[in-house]
Design a protein around this ligand. Structure first.
Ligand code: NDP
Length: 320
């Protein structure tokens, strides 16, 4: 495993990490989560991603129980959560990054995760109805209270990230150290273009999500939706159309001979392509079973075999 600095911060994250969206609490119980986290840990993963909203808090509860049972030293493991959508319906309890919501949200997450602090906390989306300054102060205070060590944003525009960073700089507050954007062969613009200046100007790190575009980039949707895929999970049926889109499925098929030539799977090739970007601090993988964890983590071995010519071939194959 490689460990990369999370942007300009001193925190070292494993280049491949493991997340819990859709899976924990919908497809996996605690036993399966423990099995997957243990397999990831054995391969050198030190970062496990979560969010308040995943399975309405159940993903945090499962991860908390798993961490307790796995018994890793707290200083070895990096755990995150994210806030925005909330778990309740009140005007200050959902779709907000205001001070009142953030103050109670972290308390709930720490309770479910059975932790004294999270290492990373993300503002899960931008909130146009709260001044960025209010959110920056609230995130700073969360860190000062010892509830989190670092904070970042997720799917904020470059302008919003820069605004938050500059407010923190001006008032000597804790700065956002990372963004959590989508990044995969079909979603490249933000990471490669929009944020380009932020890596050098602000030292921004990235913890990128959906590296397989929800599994599409594994090639598993060639013949339609398999019965055990996330696109069949109640509440996620909307995904079926997206992961079976003909042009994208055909593009994934064009990756198959390249993967065959490298002696790896299509999923490993797609993950290694993400890892090859030096502005990616960690690629957050997802898995609904341990075999996927084991397969995906071998992408590290493929990374070293990616030549500029192969990178070009991969990008040409998936250009839509
Ligand atoms: P991926 O795009 O890698 O999709 C993961 C899913 O693809 C798995 O759950 C599994 O689904 C399928 N899969 C994974 N590996 C394989 C394989 N080798 N062969 C076949 N199928 C495979 O990542 P996610 O979309 O899960 O995102 C990763 C993490 O990023 C999340 O867990 C979460 O922590 C974070 N995230 C953050 C977001 C944000 O807004 N900040 C948004 C989304 C995710 P199945 O078996 O059901 O088909």
């Amino acid at each position: 495993m490689q460990y990369r600095r999370l942007g300009r911060s001193g925190l070292k994250v494993s280049a491949l990490s493991l997340g819990s969206w859709v899976t924990y609490g919908n497809q996996m119980d605690t036993a399966c989560a423990i099995e997957c986290m243990a397999a990831a840990w054995d391969a050198g993963v030190n970062f496990f991603d979560n969010a308040e909203s995943y399975a309405q808090g159940r993903a945090e509860t499962i991860m908390g129980t798993a961490l307790k049972q796995l018994g890793w030293r707290r200083s070895q493991v990096i755990v995150s959560t994210k806030f925005f959508w909330g778990l309740n319906d009140g005007p200050n309890e959902k779709n907000t990054l205001n001070r009142k919501y953030l103050r109670q949200a972290i308390e709930g997450s720490l309770r479910r995760l059975q932790l004294d602090y999270v290492d990373l906390v993300f503002c899960h989306r931008p909130d146009p109805n709260t001044p960025i300054e209010e959110t920056v102060y609230a995130m700073h205070d969360m860190i000062e209270h010892g509830h989190a060590l670092y904070w970042g944003t997720s799917e904020w525009s470059a302008d919003e990230i820069r605004a938050a960073w500059e407010i923190a700089e001006r008032h000597h507050l804790r700065k956002p150290v990372t963004e959590q954007p989508e990044y995969n062969l079909f979603a490249r613009r933000r990471v490669e273009q929009e944020y380009a200046r932020l890596y050098t100007d602000l030292g921004l790190g990235t913890t990128v999500w959906s590296p397989l575009a929800s599994g599409l980039l594994s090639g598993k949707y060639r013949d339609g939706v398999p019965p055990d895929s996330r696109a069949t999970v109640k509440g996620y049926e909307w995904m079926a159309a997206r992961v079976t889109e003909a042009a994208r499925v055909a593009a994934v098929e064009r990756l198959r001979p390249i993967a065959d030539g490298l002696g790896c799977t299509v999923a490993q090739l797609a993950l290694a392509w993400c890892l090859n970007n030096p502005n990616v601090s960690t690629v957050i993988t997802g898995a609904s079973r341990v075999a996927q964890v084991q397969e995906n983590l071998k992408a590290m071995e493929v990374l070293g075999r990616l030549t500029p010519e192969l990178m070009q071939a991969v990008e040409s194959a998936t250009a839509l």
